[in-house]
Ligand binder design. Structure first.
Ligand SMILES: [Zn+2]
Length: 241
């Protein structure tokens, strides 16, 4: 029995380490994925801003040409004023002049707005480019870093699995099945030490007689509350009153 308990303790240590590696590895692709997503979002944002900037510039160019055309019209109407013969003609030309002036005023206002947008858009694009470059560098660095860590994890994992196979040799299949069942049900922890006369898993107090029996190690006891296997660990289980 002592032999079995010892083997199970070793198995639990290996499984705990494997679980830790798994947890670590589980987070690595997540981090890379997250950064990659951020980068894709930044790229899209930059493309949108560049598109907007381009449209503003285009509209400003068209607006400028239209403004010049309106100014040409205005000059034409103003010179016509000197050639009118009747009041009616005079009123008609004056009316045209007023409406062209209004049109030019609108276009001037729009042009100022567009120039402001172009200026702030240029700034935004520059800033986005700089922050995206930073993000890209971080992504590349972390990706390489995580890949390295993942490779290291894989090496440890192979080693541990090899150790596990060796630890399993000659173990009673029924006991092993019980161990596996408890481990799966109890978040990877099937074997727990007695800590201050209580179950190291769920803290349930143990009768002194039971503590003595666990310490002797002639029989494998399960915790009444959480069902984990209870063991004596010289470092962790010192009896205290
Ligand atoms: Zn317990």
């Amino acid at each position: 029995m002592k032999q079995l308990i010892e083997s199970l303790v070793i198995l639990q240590e290996i499984d705990t380490q494997l679980q830790r590696l798994e947890a670590l590895k589980g987070d690595l692709p997540n981090q890379v994925r997250h950064l990659n997503q951020e980068l894709a979002e930044a790229e899209k944002n930059l493309a949108d801003q560049e598109q907007k900037l381009m449209e503003c510039r285009k509209e400003a160019g068209v607006n400028e040409i239209e403004m010049k055309a309106q100014e040409g019209k205005l000059k034409k109407y103003q010179s016509q004023l000197y050639e009118v013969k009747t009041n009616r003609e005079y009123d008609a030309v004056t009316h045209e002049i007023e409406s062209v002036k209004t049109e030019i005023g609108k276009k001037e206002t729009r042009q100022l707005e567009l120039m402001e947008w172009v200026e702030s858009g240029q700034k935004t694009v520059e800033e986005l480019k700089a922050s995206m470059e930073k993000l890209r560098q971080e992504f590349e660095r972390k990706k390489a870093d995580l890949q390295k860590k993942q490779e290291a994890t894989e090496r440890d994992e192979i080693e541990l699995k090899d150790k596990r196979d060796k630890a399993l040799r000659g173990m009673d299949p029924k006991r092993l099945a019980a161990y596996e069942r408890i481990r799966r049900a109890k978040n990877g922890l099937a074997m727990v030490p007695v800590v201050r006369n209580a179950c190291g898993g769920c803290r349930k107090k143990l009768p002194p007689q039971r503590v003595l029996e666990i310490r002797e190690g002639e029989k494998l006891f399960l915790c009444d509350v959480c069902g984990r296997m209870l063991i004596w660990d010289e470092k962790l289980s010192e009896q205290s009153e």
